[in-house]
Design a protein around this ligand. Sequence first.
Ligand SMILES: NC(=O)c1ccc[n+]([C@@H]2O[C@H](COP(=O)([O-])OP(=O)(O)OC[C@H]3O[C@@H](n4cnc5c(N)ncnc54)[C@H](OP(=O)(O)O)[C@@H]3O)[C@@H](O)[C@H]2O)c1
Length: 429
Amino acid sequence: MAKSHWRIGVAGLGTVGGGLVKFLAERPDFAPAGARAEIVGVSARSKDRLRDFDIGGYRWFEDPVALAADPDVDVFVELIGGAEGPAKAAVETALKLGKPVITANKALIATHGAALAVLAEAHDVPLLFEAAVMGGTPAVKMLREAMVGDEVDTVAGILNGTCNYILTEMEARSRTFADVLAEAQRLGYAEADPTTDIGGFDAAHKITILAALAFGCAPNFAAAEIEGVDQIELLDIKLAHDLGYRIRLVASAVRADGGVSVRVHPALAPLGHPLAETRGALNALFIEGRRIGRIFIQGPGAGAGPTAAAVAADIADVMTLARRPVFQAAATTLAPFTGVDAAHRLGKAYIRLLVKDQPGVIAAVSETLAEAGVSIDSFLQKSVEDAGGVPIVLTTHASPESVILEAVERIAALPAVLERPRMLRIARV
Ligand SMILES: NC(=O)c1ccc[n+]([C@@H]2O[C@H](COP(=O)([O-])OP(=O)(O)OC[C@H]3O[C@@H](n4cnc5c(N)ncnc54)[C@H](OP(=O)(O)O)[C@@H]3O)[C@@H](O)[C@H]2O)c1
């Protein structure tokens, strides 16, 4: 029922929660459908922590679950983070009590989104998470609302700003991965434990959510194939550039062979392509619909301002009583997506080798690829000082991915190959 006054409980007062508190303080005119949104209670780990906004006017809750359950709270906003623990407990509590829930927590939705959607729909309340993917750039509403008239076949893009910042800096200033990561941590762009970002898990949480929204299936984080950027060397960035590409961490969800391929891995995007030209901490996303065609969005994926605006957009949905199924179809009817066999996935690859400086090596590599049925598209031999051998790099034409991987194993076993070949996929864009 429409209300004139919505009382909001905010759990988590960090980057996103602080952004939301400031947003509502700065925007007394924020009144979707003429109703007023007012924070009435907050919770965080420490009440006494120094913050650059005032929480003196709100009731303090030591326990976010108690905040979610409080009878004075109409809408519960979870901005703590983490797939388990207090975030999950508080969200479940609010939903069971029939309260709308808004969260920015991609780990929670990617891991438990299916069960939470069932809970939300059983209690007839919205579960909204616009800020969970691409921060302030509206990817969730795009798929949940604007694209439902079409059938989406592909969603692919750059969903982790920290990785994109690192790759951009490595290329622009010829710096190593470790060097740029250390600086990003110093400047607060990367977490003290960067595994979630650089290991590709954060992008995998986000693409899992987008896959569920795009294809009307239950999020299935366990089925995502994940490879991060931690193995990317400056040499690969330079060689890729010489071949006309730029390395990006690409997250993709593609409908294929009766299943859905959901993966995150570094990939070469052609120079000039919007993914290659997405620099710094920006995020970018392609959505391909059968009727609409290709859509491209780009924007900030993190930060207090953009994420608070996304949470506020969800608050507006609650206040205007806008309703959609959490993932396109009724939650009880959603099946988890099934993965796609690598034998059925066609793709091109970049392969870098370090070989002995002797005749016949290149012929041996070419023959091994030809025997496997993989044809070479381009070939580059570089003299690099102190490399301990001759680096050669080649790109292939499209072949089944399993065939390329097997050919790489055979090349690795050639006596003239000095170290494990480096294989990177070329983005299908
Ligand atoms: N940062 C971004 O740009 C961004 C973008 C999109 C999505 N998100 C998502 O938004 C969520 C919040 O991220 P954030 O960057 O704002 O995190 P953050 O800055 O680390 O803030 C986390 C907040 O949660 C509180 N907290 C931690 N454990 C708690 C507990 N057991 N009980 C109550 N409160 C607890 C912390 O309390 P104290 O303040 O007392 O330490 C802090 O206020 C995460 O799910 C994240 O993935 C973040």
